[in-house]
Design a protein around this ligand. Structure first.
Ligand SMILES: Cc1cc2nc3c(=O)[nH]c(=O)nc-3n(C[C@H](O)[C@H](O)[C@H](O)COP(=O)(O)OP(=O)(O)OC[C@H]3O[C@@H](n4cnc5c(N)ncnc54)[C@H](O)[C@@H]3O)c2cc1C
Length: 319
């Protein structure tokens, strides 16, 4: 038996949460098979091995270039047929959950999304799931020989442990329907900078920054600290910043060393994406805003004066 992990990468750049999935899989079974979809993902094999991947299976072929959820699921299902794993897991990134949902649908088995704990059994498995953005922990049993499940991002800390990391290429059989949904083009991508998911420092803005121009000091501070800019959903809904910067239940889940929340109230759906940050600094005019209850350091004040002061102080400290 083994546990099959579906790794997430973007044109060859491994999503750091995949290493969390491999670490989690090691605790379930010493044999960890990892599926990487697309030839450009083969370069991630070394990194995956350094976290305990026994074998990295690289699915290649027409339709398996850029992200195509059902095609990726077909590749996973083919491996389920050959490897007979006890579980197929990924981290519950939007892509991880989407591919696993396809896997479960194709195999007609249940899918347990957003697990905090998994304990494999025979014919049934015990899980603890995050519900309502992590505010409720649900303990349940999944009745299925094969467990298909995702871990909530940052539930498990990625820990290195060398594996064999053998690389095996295969070409799964796909039908035209498997690639109907796929990425064909990208527009308006950020040209460079630290990615939100892997940033050690995130400077995040909400409605309280007042508009797109209010992000200028956040951009400056993030650059000075070598971090990334994040935001709340109000900000993306207003078109002030792109969705790729949204933190939360329906955005990216992050766990940086430092999370600065400027003008963000701390709605449940936002907290769900950043509550595991090591240090949270909140800047808010309202001392009773919910975010203050999660903050290690709370600054009660107006972002339009606090942020420039932080930028100046950081710049001075670096000189
Ligand atoms: C299904 C669903 C999914 C969702 N997913 C997400 C998600 O992934 N991420 C997310 O963020 N939200 C999400 N939301 C939205 C969420 O419920 C909140 O509406 C949103 O997070 C609020 O954004 P905000 O904190 O920027 O704005 P507000 O709640 O309006 O808060 C603004 C804050 O700024 C403070 N403020 C105002 N002026 C200043 C100033 N000058 N200086 C300092 N502070 C100031 C205010 O006191 C207030 O606390 C979701 C909602 C639903 C229903």
């Amino acid at each position: 038996m083994s546990v099959l992990v579906i790794a997430d990468h973007d044109r060859g750049v491994l999503d750091a949460t995949s290493l969390q999935a491999v670490t989690a899989a090691r605790a379930l079974d010493p044999q960890v098979d990892v599926l990487v979809v697309g030839a450009d993902g083969a370069g991630a094999a070394g990194e995956l091995a350094a976290y305990g991947a026994s074998t990295v299976h690289v699915a290649t072929g027409e339709g398996l270039g850029d992200y195509a959820p059902q095609a990726a699921a077909r590749a996973a299902v083919e491996l389920v047929g050959t490897l007979s794993p006890s579980a197929v897991i990924a981290v519950g990134t939007p892509r991880g959950n989407e591919v696993l949902a396809h896997v479960a649908a194709i195999l007609d088995v249940p899918f347990a999304a957003e697990c905090a704990q998994i304990s494999l059994g025979s014919g049934s498995h015990d899980i603890v799931r995050n519900r309502w953005g992590g505010n409720v922990l649900e303990t349940s049993k999944v009745h299925s020989d094969l467990l298909v499940a995702s871990y909530t991002a940052h539930t498990v800390k990625a820990e290195p442990a060398a594996g064999a990391g053998a690389v095996v290429e295969f070409s799964p059989a796909l039908s035209p329907a498997d690639t109907v949904v796929r990425v064909v083009d990208r527009a308006g991508e950020a040209a460079s900078g630290v990615g939100l998911a892997e940033a050690r420092v995130i400077v995040s803005g909400g409605r309280g920054v007042g508009g797109p121009e209010g992000f200028v000091p956040l951009d400056e501070l993030a650059e000075l600290l070598g971090g990334a800019v994040g935001c709340s959903r109000v900000v993306t809904s207003n078109g002030w910043r792109p969705h790729s910067e949204q933190v939360g239940q329906t955005g990216t889940k992050v766990a940086p060393d430092l999370y600065i929340a400027a003008g963000i109230s701390g709605a449940t759906q936002h907290i769900a994406g950043m509550r595991t940050s090591k240090t949270i600094v909140a800047i808010n005019t309202d001392k009773d805003a919910p975010i203050m209850g999660y903050a290690h350091y709370a600054i009660v004040g107006d972002v339009s004066t606090i942020l420039p002061a932080l930028v100046a102080a950081t710049r001075a400290a670096k000189e």
